[in-house]
Structures are given as structure tokens and as C-alpha cells.
Design a protein around this ligand. Structure first.
Ligand code: 6R9
Length: 648
């Protein structure tokens, strides 16, 4: 039903947008027909220290594999976010900071102030021995200093690795160790929805497991926290003694900019590595076109800097484009369900960008929370992180946007650096739930999941990308083979996204969700293998299998099947303990929604767990379990069915 609704481009959008339908068609053709000329043109948005003459040198074939963009160009990304704006908009606000509680004073930093803070902090990093190429772990809440820390790394050529400040000490230690970083930036505590998060204590616990020489700690809530002499540094005190002058390091376009860990279908999280030049062009270009961004507009991306969306669309994209970017410390439902829309009104936000899970949670609370605010400043609404269901899309469009604001449903990944498939507000008629059309330079294709042949026309299958784009990740940190293996071996010569997708008769793309063992909980990626490994770390657990289950608010929830050790009693108490255990091992976002005790898991005779069956039971779609005759012991399925929470 919903799929037949199409919202045409409003006339004033078509007339005034940076990119209208014709411009999109022309630019898209140019971007795939002659990428070198197209990207040479787009590269002009960057202040290069040495302009690139080699534009694109890429090949996805494994025997000749390479991804290089703008390879002889040099630049500094912090200078592109800061220095270049000083003459023209030094006194414009770069970062608007809205605290967790509306009564706490807010903050704002002009481009000049942000430049100064970045230079001072960059000098502090150097003073602590950080050099070009060194990895710096950032474990900070949503405060302006987080952006300062990122920019300071970029300024001196250090590689930042941000770890979401909701992750556990173990998860933090694992990421510190993997990228061999010896310095961690944190704060005493974080604050979200009135609740304190013990960040410094988590860092202290992580330091017991990882080799860390220096911890620079920002005093944020003012909590009394232990201070380790010789290792810990007080941020404000140390920075006060630093010079406000720091020359930006001249970086090659292909020098690393950051590492960001993300979950895959197997093993431990991967350190996705992005480089400087291509990422800069990609983040800047997509931010400008997708949001139809013009300097002077107040722009708000509600994502945390711990996710890639925070990297590209809270910090780098907007700052390169001279935007006023709003950074929000809090959550959508605190102090009440009006919070987002009150912040929109307070600052007259024009572009608002959030995840469907937040929208679904707010939608449940009724329209009054929205309607009592004005929201007349809004021009574009964005969605990111997971498929947006048509009900949530309609609510966003009708209630939040008062039917005035186009919705850009942006499909992309940590690996892609920025938007890959999205409608542009002045170019594309909108279909609720469809990510619509490819960004310039992006060549999506749908392949048959079984044999990898490219499917034409209206069809459904696995989503691949045929050629490189500038914002593409370059490697998995420390494991290039894993990079090739994960993304380029399934369908040789093509980048495999891990997502399923449908293309309709009008050429619109509809992302249907992950087709690998990754689940998407509230827009956060989680490898089922990670949750399983946390569970089997518990003494009582012999074996675990984790799958996604449909969840009204989170999109997907976590459903864990657990086989306990011989002699362990499967009590309600143990069930609760296991839930808390995973929460502690990985972090609150990994909290299982269901733990079902299972005396046995459905395995083939070769010992492979048949997840298809576990998924069906979790989805309560048990009428069609498929062929179970190949199972080593088909009777385990009866037990699983009888003891599923759906059966009760
Ligand atoms: C940016 C980000 C990537 C995975 C991706 C897909 C899902 C993201 C989506 C979407 C449907 C959208 N995803 N945006 N699915 N429509 N607009 O979220 O990166 O955390 O790496 O997650 O999220 O499944 O493969 P990341």
C-alpha cells in the first residue's frame, strides 16, 4: 500500500535547490562516464597544499587490487575545517553545544575559538609524544572537546580511533590494543538523560588490560575520580600552558585519517581505516548536496561521534562546509519527549538528521509532544542507520515536518565514509522507505546472492557497488587480507555491502537489511558472533547462538539461545544474570532482549548451526521452518518451539 505513495518534489524546491532533477541526471552521468574530470572538479572544494594531478587509481580485482584517490595531492583536514574559514567567517559559530539538561548553560565556539582550542590541544598531544601516524584513542562524551580532539589529531597527522562512550572497559581495552595506541582521551564522566556514565573509571579498568602510557582527562561533571600520577593529565590545566599556534602537518591524500571499529559477521570488530583526501572530498560533497546545505544555516545531526555518522556529519562534513553544527549531549526523551523539537526551535535548526529508532520511540508517545513546538525553521529531515519503516517515515514527514520538508533516507556504512544511496531534496520524488538513488560516482548493482550475476531491471538480491568512490575505506587496520576477504571475495571484482536490496520499476533502491550475521539494534551494528562470544565467556554457558528478532522501537532486538553446562540449573535468576553479563561485557547497547535456554542447538551433521531455523523461531514465523531433515537431531527444534517466549 505505502509503496504506491510518491511525494513529488515541491515546486519551490525544484526551483531553488542546488541539485534539481536535471542537474542530478547530468552530474550523475558525468561522474560515472568520466570520473577523473568529475572528481577533479569536486576536489576544488578542498584547500590542497599541493593540488592532486592523479585523480583515480582503483581496481577491485583481487590480483590487481588498489584504491587510491588524489594520490599525489597533499592537504590537512583540520586546516580545511578551520583555518580556511578564519578570514571569511572566523566569528561565525562553528559548534553549538546543547547540554543534557536544558537548564545547564549551553556553549558555543566560533571558528576562531575552535581553531585556537584545536591548536592548543594539538600542541599538548605533541608534548605528550604523539607523532604523525600514531594512534590516539578517544573515549569522550558529546562535548565540543571531542571535536577539538579529532581536529587536533588531524592537524598533527595522528590517527584517531573513537570508541563509543557507551562501550565497556573490555571493549575499550580490545580496541586500544588492536590499534596499539598508548594514549587515551576521556572525561571524568559522561551524562545522558540525567544518568552519569563512569568514563574515567572505565578507562582505568581498560588500562589494567591494555598498555596505556597517557590518559588526558577532561573535567566535565566535576566528579571526584582517581588520578594516576605519571599517567593521567588534567586536560584544562595542561592545555592552558600550550601555545595557540600549531602549523598543520602536510598530509598525503592517502595518509590515514582515522580508524573506527565496527562489527562484522565474524570475529572481533574490524578497525575500518579511512584516509585523508578522498574522505575529505566525499564528506564535504555529500553533506552539501544531501542536505542542500548553505553557509549560515544551523544544521543538526543527532548522532554520537562514536559512530561514523558523528565523524562525517557532526564534525568533518559540516565544518569543511563552514556550517554551524549542533552537538547534543542528551537523549530524545529527557527531560521529556519534546526535547528534540524544543532544541530545533531554540536554535532554529534547518536540517535535522537522526535515526529511525529515535523516531519510532517518540512516535509511540503521541503527536502532542511534537505539535506543541513550532519547527517552522526545518527545511530538510534526514534518516540514517537502518531501514525506516513507512509508518515512521509518514510520521516524520506529516507530524515533524508538517508535510513541508523532504526526507533524505541516507543509506551508507562505516566502510563507505559517507552517503551512498539517498534522495536529494530538490531532485527526487520521495517514496517512503526507499533510499532512492545513488550519490554521484556510486554504481550500485543488485546481484543474485547465489551465483553473483548482476540482475537487471526491477529485481531483488544482494547489494554490491561496482567501482570505487573517494570516501571508501582503504583497509582493515592491521589486517589487509581480512579487508579483501570480507568485502571483495564473495562477489569477485565487486564491493559487497552485506545488505539485501530491491530495485523497483522506477529504479528506486529499497534496502531490506543485512543478509549476513550482523544485526542492527537501534541503528547500531552488532555482530552476532560478538554477543555469542560474550555469552560463552560466562562459566555457566556451554554454547550460544544469537540472532536478530523484530523489535518495534529498536528495529531489531537480540535473541540469544543458550545451552548451559552440564549440571547447571536453568533458573530465571541465571537468565537475568546472563543478560546483565552481556551488558557488562560489551555495553548496554548489546543487552539481549530474549535469552532462551536450549538443551541443544539445531545443527547439521557437520556441526554447523542452522541459523535460519533460529531466526524463524525468534521472528515467531514457525509455520515455515523449511527442511529440518538434515539436522543431526531434528527433535531439538521441538524443544526450541515449545520453550520460545512466543509459545507462552
Ligand atoms: C551510517 C551507518 C551500516 C548498516 C548498513 C545497513 C544499515 C544504514 C540505512 C541502513 C537502510 C538506511 N543502514 N543506513 N539501512 N536504510 N538509510 O549506519 O553505518 O553503523 O556502519 O551501519 O546500517 O544495514 O549496512 P554503520
Amino acid at each position: 500500500m505505502h509503496e504506491h505513495v510518491t511525494h513529488p518534489v515541491p515546486a519551490e524546491w525544484a526551483a531553488n535547490a542546488k541539485i534539481d532533477a536535471d542537474a542530478y541526471a547530468l552530474k550523475y552521468r558525468a561522474s560515472v562516464d568520466d570520473p577523473d574530470s568529475f572528481w577533479l572538479g569536486e576536489a576544488q572544494r578542498i584547500d590542497w597544499m599541493r593540488a592532486p594531478t592523479k585523480i583515480k587509481d582503483t581496481c577491485f580485482d583481487t590480483d590487481n587490487f588498489r584504491i587510491k584517490w588524489f594520490e599525489d595531492g597533499t592537504l590537512n583536514l583540520a586546516a580545511n575545517c578551520l583555518d580556511r574559514h578564519l578570514a571569511t567567517r572566523g566569528d561565525d559559530v562553528a559548534i553549538l553545544w546543547e547540554p543534557d539538561h536544558p537548564d545547564t548553560p549551553n556553549r558555543q565556539l566560533t571558528y576562531r575559538e575552535l581553531h585556537e582550542a584545536t591548536c592548543r590541544f594539538a600542541n599538548l598531544l605533541k608534548d605528550k609524544g604523539v607523532k604523525r601516524g600514531d594512534r590516539v584513542t578517544i573515549y569522550l562524551p558529546m562535548v565540543p572537546e571531542a571535536a577539538v580532539a579529532m581536529l587536533a589529531c588531524a592537524r598533527i597527522g595522528a590517527v584517531h580511533s573513537i570508541v563509543f562512550a557507551g562501550f565497556s572497559p573490555d571493549a575499550l581495552a580490545q580496541r586500544i590494543t588492536d590499534c596499539e595506541s598508548t594514549i587515551v582521551l576521556t572525561s571524568d564522566e559522561g551524562l545522558r538523560g540525567g544518568k552519569k556514565v563512569p568514563l574515567k573509571a572505565n578507562v582505568d579498568a581498560a588500562c589494567a588490560k591494555a598498555k596505556v602510557d597517557t590518559v588526558i582527562m577532561l573535567r566535565h561533571t566535576g566528579a571526584d575520580v582517581p588520578f594516576v600520577e605519571g599517567r593521567d593529565v588534567d586536560w584544562a590545566e595542561a592545555v592552558a600552558g600550550m601555545s595557540a599556534h600549531c602549523e598543520p602537518e602536510e598530509m598525503n591524500a592517502e595518509d590515514p585519517l582515522f580508524i573506527l571499529y565496527t562489527s562484522g559477521s565474524t570475529g572481533k570488530p574490524k578497525g575500518v581505516l579511512h584516509t585523508t583526501g578522498g574522505y575529505a572530498v566525499w564528506a564535504s560533497m555529500t553533506h552539501e548536496y544531501t542536505f542542500d546545505y548553505r553557509p549560515g544555516q544551523i544544521y543538526w545531526c543527532a548522532a554520537d561521534i562514536g559512530w561514523v555518522t558523528g565523524h562525517s556529519y557532526v564534525v568533518y562534513g559540516p565544518l569543511m562546509n563552514g556550517a554551524t553544527t549542533l552537538m547534543f549531549e542528551g537523549v530524545p526523551n529527557y527531560p521529556d519527549f519534546s526535547r528534540f523539537w524544543q532544541v530545533v526551535d531554540k536554535y532554529e535548526v534547518e536540517q535535522f538528521y537522526a535515526a529511525p529508532t529515535a523516531l519510532r520511540a517518540l512516535m509511540r508517545e503521541g503527536d502532542e509532544w511534537v505539535k506543541k513546538t513550532s519547527r517552522k525553521s526545518l527545511k530538510v529531515l534526514g534518516s540514517v542507520g537502518e531501514p525506516i519503516n513507512p509508518e515512521a517515515w509518514d510520521w516524520y514527514y506529516d507530524v515533524v515536518g508538517d508535510k513541508r520538508c523532504p526526507i533524505v533516507d541516507t543509506w551508507w556504512q562505516t566502510e563507505t565514509g559517507g552517503h551512498m544511496i539517498t534522495p536529494l531534496p530538490g531532485a527526487h520524488a520521495l517514496k517512503p522507505g526507499s533510499a532512492s538513488f545513488p550519490m554521484f560516482g556510486v554504481q550500485p548493482a543488485v546481484v543474485d546472492p547465489a551465483d553473483g550475476h548482476v540482475l537487471e531491471g526491477a529485481t531483488e538480491g544482494a547489494l554490491v557497488i561496482l567501482d570505487s568512490w573517494p570516501g571508501q575505506m582503504r583497509t582493515v587496520y592491521g589486517d589487509h587480507d581480512r579487508f579483501i576477504q570480507t568485502y571483495f571475495s564473495q562477489y569477485p571484482g565487486k564491493y559487497f555491502t552485506g545488505d539485501g536490496c530491491r530495485r523497483d520499476e522506477d529504479g528506486y533502491y529499497w534496502i531490506t537489511g543485512r543478509i549476513d550475521d550482523v544485526i542492527n539494534v537501534s541503528g547500531h551494528r552488532m555482530g552476532t558472533a560478538e554477543v555469542e562470544s560474550a555469552l560463552v565467556d560466562h562459566d555457566a554457558v556451554a554454547e550460544a547462538a544469537v540472532v536478530g528478532m523484530p523489535h518495534d522501537v529498536k528495529g531489531q532486538g537480540i535473541y540469544a539461545y543458550v545451552t548451559t553446562m552440564e549440571g547447571v540449573e536453568n533458573t530465571e535468576e541465571l537468565r537475568k544474570e546472563l543478560i546483565q553479563w552481556v551488558r557488562k561485557e560489551i555495553g548496554p547497547i548489546a543487552t539481549p532482549d530474549v535469552v532462551q535456554f536450549a538443551p541443544g542447538l539445531p545443527k547439521t551433521r557437520s556441526g554447523k548451526i542452522m541459523r535460519r531455523i533460529l531466526r524463524k523461531i525468534a521472528e515467531n514465523d514457525t509455520g515455515n521452518l523449511g527442511d529440518t531433515s538434515t539436522l543431526a537431531d531434528p527433535s531439538v527444534v521441538d524443544d526450541l518451539l515449545a520453550n520460545s517466549p512466543h509459545a507462552k
